[in-house]
Design a protein around this ligand. Structure first.
Ligand code: BTN
Length: 361
């Protein structure tokens, strides 16, 4: 399989290369070392068609990507921790045929600026067919509201899907909620339970962030549009990368007591669930996902603060509507609904301000 693994079914995808920190030979070196065993410099040099000096240089370049290794005279090189690298063939073989029929191409890149940005640069996609993109790392991972999404190499899932909708962005209000449900379904199928959803786009475990959804849309407000659905999910985030995350986070390694599901299996199930969702969404909208979303809503009846563009509001979370709007009950008993847009939601610390309790919760 080549550096950029592209499994294409019936559409050829042209990929625009970006300026990236992980060279082809570095990535092939990583693939050789991913098993976490010792490999001699001579063996690596032969497999990669490099000199031993070039292998040594590439190894030291890996350090700048956050990859730690041992170098022992007479034994060679060994990664401090084995890496579970993505493989497009394995991912494809784990996707049900019925869903795979709706995938035009599945790309796995060693590094991209952002899987969302990459798909947004591609030309239009055929109706009813997804282009799927995964990367081992992102150099400019995007979060909601202009935030960065910290994306170290081989540590998490960075997944985006490009899809065409004929209805226009106005009809897509509930999509990020439905994507959350699809992700919870995939996680359950890998044996990961007790994942909660926080409106509009967070996946949480015991109130700590496990993942998030970023949907980006290009098109007329009522005409056809191209939609990129992006999902970031923490799998085994190295401590140093984790220090850059500016909120309380968790990864699957911690949730699963050090044995997270394989990233390839997880990717297959996430892609399958999301492709099925994209196929259904135009017709069914959020309706088919809403009961499950409600069941996973981890801030139901909790006092929260909504940060809007120009002000903040507090209230108690009561529900979400068929359109994906958040229903908040205010202190005076009134119910108001909010669209996700540029809104963020935080739990109110009731211990610190008892007057903000969940009143008639
Ligand atoms: C959030 O702020 O919670 C949303 C984070 C979304 C991150 C994912 S990672 C894959 C895709 N590519 C990006 O640049 N962002 C999304």
């Amino acid at each position: 399989m080549s550096l950029r693994q592209t499994a294409t079914f019936d559409l050829n995808v042209s990929v625009i290369a970006s300026d990236l920190p992980c060279s082809e030979s570095q990535f092939r070196l990583l693939q050789c070392l991913a098993d976490g065993q010792f490999h001699s410099g001579a063996d690596l040099a032969e497999r990669l068609g490099l000199t031993r000096a070039a292998v040594w240089k590439q190894m030291h370049g890996l350090e700048s990507l956050g990859i730690a290794f041992h170098s022992v005279a007479g034994k060679g090189y060994k990664l401090v921790s084995a890496l579970d690298l993505l493989d497009s063939d394995q991912i494809l073989s784990g996707i049900a045929a019925k869903s795979a029929r709706n995938i035009a191409a599945l790309q796995v890149h060693p590094a991209l600026d952002s899987t969302n940005a990459h798909l947004l640069r591609l030309p239009a996609v055929d109706p009813g067919k997804a282009i799927v993109c995964l990367a081992e790392m992102q150099t400019a991972g995007r979060g909601r509201q202009g935030r960065r999404w910290i994306s170290p190499l081989g540590a998490s899932i960075y997944l985006s899907l490009l899809w065409r909708f004929d209805e226009g962005p106005a009809a897509l209000g509930g999509l990020s909620l439905a994507v959350g449900v699809a992700a919870v379904r995939a996680l359950r199928r890998c044996g990961v339970e007790a994942i909660g959803l926080k409106w509009p786009n967070d996946l949480l475990w015991r109130n700590r962030k496990l993942g998030g959804v970023l949907i980006e849309v290009v098109g007329e407000s009522h005409g056809p549009c191209r939609v990129v659905v992006g999902l970031g999910l923490n799998v085994s985030v190295p401590r140093r990368a984790g220090e850059q995350i500016d909120q309380d986070w968790v990864d699957l390694a911690e949730i699963c007591s050090g044995r997270p599901p394989s990233r390839n299996l997880l990717s297959s199930l996430l892609v399958e669930e999301m492709v099925d969702l994209l196929c259904d969404y135009a017709e069914k909208g959020l309706t088919a996902y809403l009961p499950e979303w409600r069941g996973h809503n981890c801030v139901l009846n909790q006092p929260v603060r909504l940060q809007l563009v120009d002000r903040s509001e507090t209230g108690v979370v009561r529900d979400v509507t068929e359109e994906g709007l958040l229903m908040l009950e205010h202190q005076d008993g009134s119910l108001k609904s909010y669209a996700s847009g540029e809104v963020s939601l935080r739990l109110v610390d009731t211990a610190a301000s008892p007057s903000n309790s969940g009143f008639n919760a």
